[in-house]
Ligand binder design. Structure first.
Ligand code: GLN
Length: 512
């Protein structure tokens, strides 16, 4: 593998600025690696070689002409396939959107284009972001670069695997219940869900609008900070967008990296998110990191958030309710495929039914049915109404504990990466992967996962940091501290040893 592929985005930015490398060289190296590894890993659903190289050449020319460029100009990025880029396929890993070309750019896309980051392609995911393993993709699962017999997490497994396998230094994900953080945890990458409203959702295909949030997928905390600074900020096109400036996250993270400590830091260990149900290797890694934080001077206290015990149940009522409403737009008339009934009259309703029957996968259908049921007149109060009350209780739990601590910490996911097929037939077992990530979505607070250890089995473990709403800067500071205090996880990924030539010959490390 070329040396530049292992560098962080900010290191690459420095090399580009210094003229040591060009964006065309870098983008070419990423594209070559994607081409070599993707047939095996399936992290990308679409690769835009021409478009990416054109952007790279343009940035190189502007740099050569002395133009002042964005810090990340020329650094390649991949987008999860639920974010629209004009003219580039966006499928949400669903058959229903096959062949659809978006007529507009998402706000994040506009910002990325303006800053001059070559978009190398769109990454695989669970269909419409529903799942924790990418096994619900209509186009086959993504394999975990740490062990190709294992899942890369979900729903954003494609972005996480692409970054972990050194195919691209930066990617974006979307997090409705953990789809950035849980893939981060099981692939040894950094993933952050900003405060709700901090990043525009305009042009993100909606799953559950009150929970969805776009965020960065990277190999370092500082890279995630830099990418968030790029994509964040107010957007009049998104009515839930916050009207406040993006904090100086990179600067804040760098100051902590230098110092190796945060003065007066108070850390709350959430009792409900770190005991029963968490694998011993995950808990051992978690406790070790907590001890390192203590040694670095942090004040560690145990806090209790009793309502978190009901978070998963509340999420699986609120999320499907919003899903059933958001996915009503896929009707065979406005987007994607159109299937006509094989017999009988071709009425609008029958076309919609036939299209949705053929276009949606089982998990999507399950959630639409569940959501329609909980919103129905007879059950609304009992299910949706109660879930909203639980949501309020969870928000109150957060508000109460954040009076005494700056951040909360927990393992990101209850286990390391599991094997393909282990949970696919048991929706409840699949849903439990998000037990630790869901509370942050229900409350709209920022949360992120930082790789903090490699288990005895050789699999990465993630450490979650949750901050109060608008406390993203504090979250990044603590994340940087965790990264500084932990061993380097990302370089231990077996993909670091894969080279493009042997991969092309089909010799990528086989299943363990
Ligand atoms: N795994 C969760 C789910 O299936 C979270 C999905 C997400 O964050 N998009 O709903």
């Amino acid at each position: 593998m070329k040396d530049i592929l292992t560098k962080s985005a900010l290191e690459l930015a420095d090399l580009l600025a210094a003229g040591t490398i060009t964006s065309v060289e870098l983008t070419q190296a990423c594209l070559d690696r994607i081409e070599a590894l993707n047939p095996k890993i399936n992290a990308f659903l679409h690769v835009d070689r021409e478009g990416a190289l054109a952007t790279a050449a343009d940035v190189d020319a502007r740099r050569a002409a002395g133009e002042k460029l964005h810090r990340l100009a020329g650094v390649p990025i991949a987008l999860k396939d639920n974010m629209v880029v004009r003219g580039m396929p966006t499928t949400c890993a669903s058959k229903i959107l096959q062949g659809w070309l978006p007529p507009y750019d998402a706000t994040i896309t506009v910002k990325i284009r303006q800053a001059g980051l070559p978009i190398v392609g769109k990454t695989n995911m669970d269909e419409f972001a529903m799942g924790s393993s990418t096994e619900h993709s209509a186009f086959g699962p993504t394999l975990n670069p740490w062990d190709t017999a294992r899942i890369p997490g979900g729903s954003g497994g494609g972005s996480a695997a692409a970054v972990a396998a050194f195919m691209v230094p930066l990617a974006l994900g979307s997090d409705t219940g953990g789809s950035i953080r849980q893939p981060g945890s099981v692939t040894g990458t950094v993933g952050a869900k900003p405060t709700y409203g901090a990043v525009s959702r305009y042009g993100l295909v909606a799953m559950a609008s009150s929970l969805d949030q776009i965020g960065p997928v990277t190999r370092t905390v500082a890279d995630a900070a830099a990418l968030t600074e790029l994509i964040g900020g107010h957007d009049p096109a998104d009515s839930t967008s916050l009207n406040e400036p993006v904090p100086p996250l990179v600067e804040a993270a760098r100051a902590v990296a230098e110092k190796g400590a945060i003065e007066g830091l108070r850390v709350g260990v959430v009792k409900e998110l770190s005991g029963e149900g968490y694998a011993p290797d995950v808990l051992a890694a978690f406790n070790e990191t907590v001890e390192k934080l203590r040694d670095a001077g942090a004040d560690i206290v145990e806090v209790s958030c009793p309502s978190f015990d009901y978070a998963l149940a509340a999420y699986y009522l609120i999320m499907p309710a919003e899903v059933s409403s958001n996915l009503a737009r896929f009707d065979g008339i406005r987007y994607g495929i159109r299937v006509e009934p094989t017999q009988g009259p071709v009425t609008a309703q029958r076309v919609m039914a036939a299209t949705r029957e053929a276009g949606f996968g089982d998990e999507v259908k399950r959630r639409i049915i569940l959501g329609t049921h909980v919103l129905s007149a007879g059950f609304f109060d009992a299910y949706y109404g109660s879930a909203q009350k639980v949501r309020t209780l969870i928000q109150r739990d957060f508000a109460r504990v954040f009076e005494d601590v700056d951040v909360l910490v927990s393992p990101t996911a209850p286990t390391t990466a599991f094997k393909f097929g282990d949970k696919i037939d048991d929706p409840m077992a699949m849903y439990l992967n998000d037990i630790a990530t869901i509370p942050a979505n229900l409350a709209g607070v920022p949360a992120m996962s930082v790789p903090n250890a490699v288990s005895d089995e050789g699999l990465p473990v993630g450490f979650q940091i949750i901050a109060p709403a608008h406390g993203d800067q504090r979250m990044y500071e603590v994340a940087q501290l965790v990264e500084t205090l932990s061993d380097d996880v990302v370089s231990q990924c077996p993909a670091a040893q894969w080279d493009e030539k042997s991969a092309q010959a089909g010799e990528v490390q086989e299943e363990k």
